[in-house]
Each structure stands twice: as C-alpha cells, then as structure tokens.
Design a binder for this molecule. Structure first.
Ligand code: FES
Ligand SMILES: [Fe+2]
Length: 386
C-alpha cells in the first residue's frame, strides 16, 4: 500500500517499546567463522538462552542453554562428535536435545526421559541462524536474500553492532533518514526528502533523496558539481525483522537484527561496496587491511553517534515509560505499525497452536510464554495504533 509522504505530527504509542518479537522468523545468532568445530557459544534470542555449538563434522546445532538434569548452562560444556556434554555430570545430548548417555549408568539401564529444547539452525551469508519459534514453520520461513554475497567483485565488510535498546528503537534509527543532523561533523547527508513510502503486512519500503558533500563524497568519487555536492537516492527496505538499505551506486547494507531482550539488540551487518571492483587476487591481498579500515573510519564513527542516541532514547523511556513522544516521519510510524502487528500476529498464532496442541495432549512448551515479558494491553487493537 502506497502511503502519503507528508511530514505530519502524531503521538507515538508506548506499545511499540513494549512488544516482543514474532519468533517465527530466522534470527542471526553468530558469525559462522567465530564458531569453530567442537566449540560452544552462549547466545540469547529474545530472552531465550541458547547453547550454539558446532559438531566435529562442522554442522551447527542449537539447544536450550540449560541442562535438563539441574539447569547448568550447556555452553559451559564440551562437544563430542555431534553431542553436547554437560560439564557437571557429563550427561550427553544429541542435536535433537534428547539425553543419549549418562556416563555413570550401567549400559543396560534405561535413560530417563530428559529433553533439552532444540532449535532449527541453518548457515548462510557467513552467519549461523536460529529459528526460535514453532519448529514446524522453520522450513517455510525465508532468510533474507543477499545476492551480493555470491558476487566475488563486491567488497564485503561484516560489522557487529550491540545496542542497549529495544529493537524498535534500533530499527527506527535505520529508517530515520532525517537524522543527518547528528552526523554533521562527519559530513553525513543533508536536505533529506521522503519521496515514496509503502507498507505491507511485514514490510516497509521508503525512498529518500539526500545530498552529500565533503571528503567522503570525493573519496567515493561521487561529487557531481564544483562544490563537491552530490544528490543520491537512498532506498530502505524493512522486511520484518531485518533490513536492506542501498545508496544509489555506492553501497548495499544488510542489517540482520537479533533482538536479545527488551533493552538489548544485536546487529549482524553486511556492508557491500560494489564500486570496489578489483581483481580477486588483489582483493584477497588487500582485504585484511581494507576491511578493518573501512569499518573503523567510514562506518563506526556513524554507528557510535547513533548508538549514543539509541541508548539515550532507551534510558528516557525506562525512566518514564508513560511519557508520550511526537513523531513526524510517516516511515517511522509505518515501521512501528509493522512491529506491533507482527507481534500481535505471533501471539495469536501461538495461542491457536497451543490450544490445538493442548487438545491433542502434545504441548511441551507454551510458545507465547517466551514472546515477551511485557503484558499486552487487552484493550488495544490495531485501529488504536497510528
Ligand atoms: S547438571 Fe547437567 S549433567 Fe547434571
Ligand atoms: Fe545514523
């Protein structure tokens, strides 16, 4: 649906800072090269502690990070073949989460029924992904498409972000092209105009026009006039729960979001510079130097300024959760609607699943119980939200 682009004031509903996530999507859990064979890592996907491990053959698996015996965190354990072994009494868990060995049991003795929850995992774009929702939906859920990843001519710069803020705050920062003011000392963009805005059930697509000036522009060879000013189109596509943003002819940036909890979000970002078309042998040689340089000098200064704003916004929210704020950018309001609706859909979907599982006596774990620690306001509805 095409939306109006006029800037118009609306009061932000606090609910967008209170909602949980729709768990029925793939979320990035770790950089694949940081999880070596036989290693375990502790990760958290929306308050669910997970032990992510890579088995001896190189396959990644994810188990609930609590031993079914006494709750010891399984990431403290070790990997044997495809099993994760708890450090306390040495119980061994298969990738399905089933306890398959207790070292002090005689071989003929039947094992207790002790099961850790297991999560579907997959690996793509140098990232290990986890599906924290209903496992039956994992195969039908799509990962974001990143065509540049397989283009050997595109220079890839992976960037990790950690924000002490609710994921809605981090996501609004990306959609919010009107904050060029913040980056003025970095010669960021200016004169932003929202040209087009579309919203669907799980996505928001915004097109902005922005101008750039200064050394950065010259460095990238973008200047189109004597003053070194260039005007570009920036496309921002939020496809719940991740982002893709492009700056015409300059960069393509994928922000894979991991909401850790109500006030913590991680980002696994893939920045591609398609203009850096160098022969592969030369890329391989200069990459180890160029990638950290671009990350440190071109990207991080912007991110650090954004971080300060996001965390300040979160702190103010926590100090006075009932205080209302005013937004004027319809792209931000559209984004908030998608975030809230996705959560509502998830709650609805999980309660339907729970009641059908209860009827069949199959329920192991109520999915809605891990959706959020914040209660939903019964009286609110989609129509009340702007
Ligand atoms: S607590 Fe894990 S084996 Fe005992
Ligand atoms: Fe920014």
């Amino acid at each position: 649906m095409e939306l109006a682009t006029a800037l118009k004031a609306q009061t932000v509903q606090n609910r967008v800072r209170e909602v949980g996530i729709n768990l029925n999507y793939w979320y990035p859990a770790a950089w694949a090269d940081r999880l070596k064979a036989n290693q375990v890592q502790a990760v958290t996907v929306w308050q669910q502690p997970i032990a992510l491990y890579r088995d001896t053959s190189g396959q990644a698996h994810a188990l609930e990070n609590a031993c079914p015996h006494k709750g010891i965190e399984l990431h403290r354990g070790e990997v044997t073949q495809d099993r994760l072994v708890c450090p306390y009494h040495g119980w061994e868990f298969a990738p399905t989460g089933e306890c398959v060995k207790i070292p002090y049991f005689p071989p003929e003795q039947k094992l207790p029924c002790a099961q850790a929850r297991s999560y579907p995992t997959t690996e793509r774009y140098g990232i290990v992904w986890v599906f924290p929702g209903d496992p039956a939906l994992a195969s039908g859920a799509k990962l974001p498409e990143v065509p540049e990843y397989d283009d050997p001519d595109c220079l890839l710069i992976p960037i990790t972000g950690l924000f002490k803020s609710h994921f809605s705050i981090s996501n609004e920062n990306t959609m919010d092209v009107f904050h060029g003011f913040l980056h003025k000392n970095l010669q960021g963009w200016f004169d932003p105009v929202l040209l087009h805005l579309q919203q669907a059930d799980s996505s928001v697509r915004a097109q902005y026009r922005v101008s750039y000036r200064g050394k950065f522009t010259q460095f990238l060879g973008l200047s189109t006039d004597a003053d070194g000013i260039t005007t570009r189109i920036v496309e921002i596509h939020y496809q719940y729960p991740h982002y893709h943003s492009t700056m015409e002819g300059v960069s393509s940036l994928y922000l894979m979001r991991l909401p850790v909890g109500p006030s913590e979000t991680r980002s696994f970002s893939l920045l591609f510079l398609p203009k850096v078309r160098l022969p592969r042998w030369l890329q391989a040689m200069i990459k180890p130097i160029l990638v950290p340089l671009v990350r440190r000098w071109l990207f991080m200064p912007f991110l650090e300024q954004d971080l300060e704003m996001m965390e300040s916004e979160q702190q103010s929210y926590q100090r006075s959760p009932s205080r209302r704020y005013t937004e004027v950018n319809p792209a931000i309001l559209a984004l908030q609607r998608v975030i809230v609706r996705q959560y509502e859909q998830f709650v609805q979907q999980s309660s339907q699943l729970e009641s059908s599982q209860l009827e069949q006596g199959l329920l192991e774990m109520p999915l809605s119980a891990v959706g959020s620690d914040v209660k939903l306001h019964e009286s609110s509805s989609l129509h009340e939200f702007p």
